[in-house]
Ligand binder design. Structure first.
Ligand code: KG4
Ligand code: ZN
Length: 362
């Protein structure tokens, strides 16, 4: 698809698949004018994870003001908006429903074309946002990635290696056979007594620990592009049980109070190093096999600084540029970005027949 054939388009994106309510305005899949995110982290932290019913109710309360804020901060009104895009799946049903009902209603009442967007594919499209409007201040990559593009998409719900040959033309090379890597970060954080979400709290504490203190395993799999994190999670649990003088019967809720601060930091550092090593190895093997033009990482775990630096070291031939962490965790700018490329190839959807797809695979 040549750039000259593309039509200029300002898209309002809406995202509500999990515990972030977000709206953003992006021009032509590349220029972010606004990106508003209301996170429910504080609400769910009390429970150590996302509670679906609470998430849906909270989306309902804030979705309208969040959309209005995205318009206001981009200095836009409805007459400037060419299309509306919304996450159609995968995600929590109740959460998806609120975003899609808002988008369908707006598409109807404001008479705009509507696009249903795949959340996981959209994560990779955060890397195509390379320009910003006057109202926002993000450190963006200098240029969009080139095809073929190898994408490591790693979040709380997904761990996948995908080869994009062009826009919307991709092949799934490998994925997790059990837990997503972000989920493993969240569970290990809980075991060692760190707050939800586990990714940021583990990486912060890991800076004070010794990554070689505890030997943890990397699963060997038949497909080198696949991942597995449940063995690493169990091995970490067993090692913590041993560290506190117990055995496999020691309940995990007793562990945090028995660990010293030093032990906690060593577990955080050792777990993070092993999880990152697992991701970097699989990405390097895929890069060697498929020889892509560019390599990108996406999803909440892509905010991890160790992953970024280790991947740069493992792939010295690639000039990897990273999206700002605000566009790695859930946001609506990535939804609006992918929608632009989707709009060039597929027709808009009817707001009447539009159905959410909670289990939509790539
Ligand atoms: O993409 P995201 O916001 O939501 C999903 O689509 O799942 O990803 C959230 C996940 C959580 O599991 C969180 O612990 C993880 O991303 N995460 C991180 C970091 N920041 C967020 N994991 C490792 N290091 C980080 N700095
Ligand atoms: Zn996500």
């Amino acid at each position: 698809m040549g750039a000259a054939t593309l039509t200029a388009m300002r898209i309002l994106g809406i995202e509500s698949s999990c515990d972030e309510t977000a709206a953003a305005i992006v021009d032509d899949g590349q220029t972010v004018q606004s990106s508003e995110v209301v996170s429910q982290i504080d609400i769910h932290a009390e429970y150590g994870g996302v509670v679906p019913e609470v998430a849906a109710r909270s989306h309902l309360e804030v979705i309208t003001p969040v959309v209005q804020r995205a318009l206001d901060s981009a200095n836009s009104d409805w007459s400037d908006i060419d299309a509306i895009a919304v996450t159609q799946g995968p995600g929590l049903s109740g959460s998806l429903l609120i975003g899609s009902l808002a988008a369908r209603t707006l598409a109807l009442t404001k008479n705009k074309p509507l696009y249903g967007i795949h959340h996981v594919t959209a994560h990779a499209y955060a890397n195509f946002i390379t320009h910003r409007g006057p109202a926002v201040d993000y450190q963006l990559p200098l240029a969009p990635p080139e095809f073929p593009m190898l994408a490591l998409i790693v979040s709380g719900g997904h761990s996948q290696l995908v080869l994009f040959r062009g826009h919307l033309d991709y092949r799934l090379l490998g994925q997790t056979l059990d837990d997503a890597v972000g989920e493993a970060f969240d569970k290990v954080a809980k075991i060692i007594g760190l707050p939800y979400p586990g990714g940021p709290s583990i990486s912060k504490l890991a800076a004070k620990g010794d990554a070689n203190a505890i030997k943890l395993p990397i699963s060997k799999l038949a497909n080198p592009n696949d991942f597995s994190f449940s063995g690493l999670k169990t091995a970490t649990l067993r090692a913590t049980q041993t560290a506190v003088g117990g055995d496999f019967r020691t309940p995990s809720y007793e562990i945090p109070s028995k660990l010293t601060d030093m032990q906690r930091a060593d577990f955080a550092a050792s777990f993070q190093a092993t999880a990152v090593d697992t991701l970097v190895r699989a990405t390097r093997i895929a890069a060697e096999e498929y020889n892509p033009e560019s390599v990108v990482i996406a999803g909440g775990v892509a905010a991890n600084q160790l992953l970024r630096s280790e991947l740069r070291d493992a792939l010295p031939d690639y000039n990897i540029s990273y999206a700002p962490s605000q566009f790695c965790t859930d946001n609506a700018a990535m939804i609006a970005a992918l929608a632009y490329f989707q709009s060039q190839e597929t027709a808009a959807q009817s707001p009447f027949g539009f159905a959410i797809k909670p289990n939509w695979s790539m």
